[in-house]
Write a protein that binds this ligand. Structure first.
Ligand code: GDP
Ligand code: FE
Ligand code: FE
Length: 195
């Protein structure tokens, strides 16, 4: 069987140690829970559990990177300069994949894409993208109003789960009076039909 740890060229213990070195204990526990939930959802919905698990483990790898490093990566890889007008919440997925590519021997474009869009989604998500986007929201340590409904939808209908999470996130951002990244609105517009 094809093994993604072979592709990385490092064993699980080394991978976990590297991830752990980049983040707080609390975030590391979140990452382990997202791995578990992504594998569970992948098995329900016919997605490769190895891809889902690895995407789950790496999805927040760049979350604690300093702003200056993200700004540097945006310029180094000649990414859309509009990204400079945003912050860590938007960067850690969309730009974080460049840090992951630098630190790991990971060229699986499907995994990288799922990590890329795990926060803002996209109007055209693969099943793997949806599993990671939803698992980040429904993993067992999450505890917020509506999480039980999100978990029910996650098990029964991935599109409805994405719609529910996108709508809840946008409502939450509106209530906090913060700007919404246009791609997050694209996700809402593409998925709200499934609510
Ligand atoms: P986490 O990394 O596990 O905490 O979860 P996410 O990557 O899904 O989200 C990180 C943060 O980004 C959360 O606080 C979201 O509410 C926030 N967020 C999601 N979409 C947007 C957006 O369009 N704009 C802004 N400013 N924040 C967003
Ligand atoms: Fe995240
Ligand atoms: Fe996360």
């Amino acid at each position: 069987m094809y093994d993604y740890y072979d592709e990385l060229g490092i064993g699980r213990e080394t991978l976990l140690a590297q991830i752990k070195s980049q983040m707080s204990e609390k975030r590391f526990n979140h990452v382990l829970s997202v791995e578990k939930e992504a594998i569970r959802l992948a098995e329900i919905h016919g997605v490769d559990p190895q891809q889902a698990g690895l995407a789950g483990l790496l999805h927040d790898y760049a979350k604690e990177l300093p702003d200056e490093e993200f700004q540097h990566l945006i310029k180094k890889y000649d990414l859309d300069r509009d990204l400079l007008n945003w912050g860590n919440n938007v960067w850690h997925g969309l730009v974080g994949i460049y840090k992951i590519r630098e630190d790991f021997n990971l060229e699986d474009q499907e995994i990288l894409q799922a990590i890329k869009v795990h926060t803002v989604g996209s109007s055209n998500m693969s099943k793997l993208d949806k599993v990671v986007y939803v698992a980040d929201y429904t993993e067992e340590t999450r505890n917020f109003p509506g999480v039980d409904e999100a978990r029910k939808l996650a098990d029964s209908d991935l599109n409805r789960a994405v719609a529910y999470e996108s709508k809840s996130t946008i409502r939450h951002l509106c209530e906090k009076n913060v700007r919404i990244y246009p791609q997050a609105l694209d996700t809402y517009n593409a998925f709200i039909q499934y609510i």
